[in-house]
Design a protein around this ligand. Structure first.
Ligand SMILES: O=C(O)[C@H]1O[C@H](OP(=O)(O)OP(=O)(O)OC[C@H]2O[C@@H](n3ccc(=O)[nH]c3=O)[C@H](O)[C@@H]2O)[C@H](O)[C@@H](O)[C@@H]1O
Length: 421
């Protein structure tokens, strides 16, 4: 038995004993909070949710300075303005919409996971552009509910512009789980937080023209069937529309889904045909141009980014409030879906001809059979619903829009210094 004076004193003084155990308990509680609660302003690991991404990431967020930036970015600076959480803010459409909202005085907070589906340095350049406009983009994943809850605690968003998604029709064959992760699990994760927020935000989000799938009735109207998706990407977007219906029905969340038709323009996505055709024409590489099996034309209703941005703002401006509070529905809420297209389908071979003229380089064309990996032959939007509801009126033809894209492309990848991958 230990007979040291310390031991004796330990046993004999209840006050010392109490102090010691109080100290130990506090230390344990502190360690627990530090490790497990990112909402306390520490570190959140989104990678545990994200086994499908090629680069697993850990995001840092929190702390008083971070909260101050979030609050300031989301602050409304104009009468009757809105405070919008934009997911996928460092994406193509996200950047344009965030900047447009900020410029007119709305509060905007960006959220993006900066994944490596395509060159993340382009996303960082977009983030820097947003920063200059006054938009702070938080680095994080929509599957990270602790982060989302924290954002809603710090800022009171009136709207969510949900653009974060795994895009691309053909890539779904290579990495199917990334579509489920972002477009289904991520969407549900976001809606779980939105439905419990007080007040609930109104949600405007990106669906896709691809939901029309094998539908052959043109132009595509919102009333046409969308139960024959031709790719997993399309299936996850269609699932999103059904999930929106459920959250609208159960919780009174207000939803506007926007079916975008092949959006293109400056700061665009390098995985899209007009973008990598430009790169490959300049490099002298051959361009695979898809042809339909019957010798028919493959065409798209290419829609310029400024027209899409106006459509997004129109949808936000006419979105009604959600009706629920604290996770409970109080009445029926708005549920809308709109085509946002250009109404002028252009054959892919014509797109290449326009690029040849703008770049002053002859393309090496290779005809290829339309692969059976999700591509559809033709898209054409009927936009009368969006026209009626919020005056959507696209004004940019493909020639004009591509001219602006090429100008941006050449200046961004100045004389091959940055070199598009
Ligand atoms: O409208 C939409 O909802 C979709 O638009 C695009 O999908 P897509 O129209 O297939 O756009 P691209 O991949 O840029 O293809 C444009 C056209 O070029 C054709 N193409 C593509 C690649 C290629 O190597 N050759 C080729 O001829 C495609 O068949 C298509 O007709 C986007 O990539 C999707 O994320 C978006 O949801």
């Amino acid at each position: 038995m230990d007979k040291s004076p310390y031991r004796l004193r330990w046993h004999s003084s209840p006050l010392v004993k109490l102090t010691f155990w109080a100290f130990v308990s506090l230390a344990v509680i502190f360690m627990f909070l530090f490790r497990s609660s990112p909402s306390n302003g520490m570190v959140s690991s989104a990678s545990q949710f994200d086994s499908s991404r090629r680069s697993l990431r850990t995001f840092s967020w929190g702390g008083p300075a971070w909260q101050k930036r979030v609050r300031s970015s989301a602050r409304i600076r104009v009468r009757n303005g809105m405070s919008v959480l934009v997911t996928g803010a460092a994406g193509f459409v996200g950047t344009h919409v965030s900047a447009a909202l900020k410029r007119r005085g709305d509060g905007v907070l960006g959220l993006d996971n900066f994944n490596d589906y395509y060159d993340p340095s382009l996303k960082r350049a977009r983030q820097a552009l947003l920063e200059r406009t006054g938009v702070f983009t938080v680095e994080g994943d929509i599957n990270d509910q602790a982060l989302l809850k924290k954002l809603f605690e710090v800022a009171s968003f009136t709207h969510v512009m949900h653009l974060a998604a795994q895009a691309g029709v053909r890539y779904a064959m290579q990495n199917p789980s990334s579509y489920v992760h972002s477009n289904i699990a991520g969407f549900v994760s976001l809606l779980e937080v939105c439905k419990s927020a007080n007040p609930q935000p109104a949600i405007v989000w990106a669906s896709s023209s691809s939901v029309y799938g094998l539908n052959t009735k043109v132009p595509f109207s919102e009333k046409d069937r969308t139960d024959q998706p031709a790719s997993l990407y399309a299936a996850t977007k269609k699932a999103g529309e059904e999930i929106a219906h459920t959250y609208n029905h159960i919780y009174g969340l207000s939803f506007t889904g926007l079916r975008f038709f092949t959006v293109y323009g400056p700061w665009g996505r390098p995985d899209m045909a007009y973008f990598f055709f430009t790169r490959d024409i300049l490099k002298g590489k051959s361009i695979p141009i898809f042809e339909a099996p019957n010798g028919g034309t493959v065409a798209r209703d290419f829609t310029y980014i400024d027209d899409i941005t106006k459509g997004c703002l129109g949808a936000l401006d006419t979105a009604e409030k959600s009706t629920g509070t604290g996770g409970k529905k109080r009445g029926p809420a708005q549920l809308r879906v709109f085509n946002l297209g250009n109404t002028l389908p252009v054959p892919v071979s014509d797109l290449v001809s326009i690029l040849e003229r703008l770049l002053k380089v002859k393309a090496k064309r290779t005809a290829m059979k339309l692969p059976r990996n999700g591509d559809v032959q033709y898209t054409h939007a009927n936009i009368s619903l969006a026209q009626r509801e919020f005056g959507y009126n696209p004004t940019t033809d493909l020639q004009t829009g591509l001219k602006k894209f090429v100008k941006w492309y050449l200046s961004y990848y100045k004389s091959g210094k940055k070199g598009a991958e």
